[in-house]
Design a protein around this ligand. Structure first.
Ligand code: PLP
Length: 397
């Protein structure tokens, strides 16, 4: 009796579910420590101690009805003001509380802004490979996700194809920087080029095209690489942020949207996004976590980043040495590897025989590649290497 639309969505979810079950099956046979599960982007480093301290301090000292109560759908005013100031300090921007809406993670923020912007039939562009949930989020509101084919040379945006796909129905473009699944970071030059194309197309089509920058990995950038703050390059930019990865809080569901005053129809968008947050059933972002974020805005997460960086270097160096063709990861915690056979499912199945679990990239809109999430213990990385070496030999690399 489930809705027709859910039948195909349930079917589409089965690849990841099958992987999860496969991990459990292998763990029962070989022991959890002998299964190299690189399938999930679930941070392995603990949340900074300041997060726990803030939770205790808040529940011990603040008034319960305030900490756990309803507030404005957009979130607590002081939390939003604090976030705006923190962004201004870091990126030399000029936001205030009215530009920030607290969200239920990046996913909640994306759904709220897509609910705000999309009419049925509107098109949303994204660059392959992309976080596969974008397709569901866009279709939730009757929109159509249009995928720009991958640039498999360096996995930067394929601008030639992008320009061709923009038309009068294009309402928004989603980019994700640093990128899941490639680990690539778009440089300032790339962002400038993107902004130039969008400006020109807006003029040519006499329309507004919103750039939604999905940034849950903003701080996870290695080797000193800068991640440009997009509102400074294109005025119709909306930023979606989440603390899921930077503070290792994916289950707590806390993030925010930045809605600059420079947006076309900024006031309507701000009001509608708060209403969207309410009527999608979120009502507001988790209240305790909002209070925690205010107390941990400037917490130092360099130690956590160093953990991922060590994993990144060890895995990338080893896999390239064994002959795998890997995209050089600059940010996030993913390694994108070219399958040695055309059908990456065959490669994933062969890897499973070595107790290695990775995600086939067809689900990210990029056939012939796999994604390895290296947000696992260093021990898992080191212990997996001999298995990767065997796998490479099996494919004559
Ligand atoms: N966007 C990207 C690119 C992601 O990788 C993820 C989670 O892995 C999300 C959004 C969703 O993040 P959240 O858990 O904050 O909703």
């Amino acid at each position: 009796m489930i809705a027709d639309s859910m039948v195909s969505l349930v079917k589409g979810s089965s690849v990841i579910r099958a992987m999860f079950e496969e991990g459990n099956r292998l763990a029962k046979i070989y022991g959890r420590e002998n299964v190299y599960d690189f399938s999930l982007g679930n941070p392995n480093v603990p949340a900074p101690k300041e997060v726990n301290e803030a939770i205790k301090e808040i529940v011990d000292n603040e008034e319960s009805t305030f900490v756990h109560g309803y507030m404005s759908n957009a979130g607590y005013e002081d939390v939003r003001e604090g976030i705006a100031s923190s962004i201004n300090k870091k990126y030399d921007t000029h936001f205030n509380a009215s530009n920030i809406i607290m969200t239920v993670g990046a996913a909640g923020g994306l759904n709220s802004i897509l609910k705000t912007l999309l009419n049925p039939g509107d098109e949303v562009l994204c660059f392959a490979p992309f976080f596969s949930e974008y397709r569901n989020y866009v279709s939730n509101f009757g929109g159509k996700l249009v995928v720009v084919p991958a640039n498999t040379v360096d996995f930067n945006p394929n601008f030639e194809e992008f320009e061709k796909l923009i038309n009068a129905k294009t309402k928004a473009v989603i980019i994700n920087n640093p990128n899941n699944p490639t680990g690539v970071i778009y440089s300032e030059a790339t962002i400038k080029k993107l902004a130039e194309i969008l400006e020109n197309k807006q003029k040519e089509l006499a329309t507004s095209i919103y750039l939604i920058s999905d940034e849950p990995y903003r701080e996870l950038a290695y080797d000193g690489i800068e991640v440009p703050y997009l509102t400074k390059y294109y005025k119709n930019t909306i930023v979606g942020y989440s603390y899921s990865k930077s503070l290792s809080l994916p289950g707590e569901r806390i993030g925010y949207l930045v809605l600059p005053d420079e947006l076309d129809d900024a006031n309507d968008i701000k009001t509608a996004a708060a209403v969207a947050t309410r009527i999608l059933g979120f009502v507001n972002a988790p209240s305790l976590l909002q209070r925690v974020i205010l107390k941990t805005l400037d917490v130092d997460i360099s130690e956590n980043i160093a953990v991922y960086d060590k994993n990144r270097k060890t895995l990338y160096e080893a896999l390239t040495k064994y002959g795998f063709d890997c995209v050089k990861p600059e940010g996030a915690f993913y390694l994108f590897v070219k399958s040695p056979t055309e059908d990456e499912m065959e490669f994933c199945n062969a890897a499973k025989k070595h107790n290695i679990l990775m995600v086939p990239a067809t689900s990210f809109g990029c056939k012939g590649y796999v994604r390895i999430a290296y947000c696992v213990s260093y021990e898992t990385i080191v212990n997996s290497l001999s298995h990767f070496e065997e796998l490479a030999k099996e494919f004559n690399l």
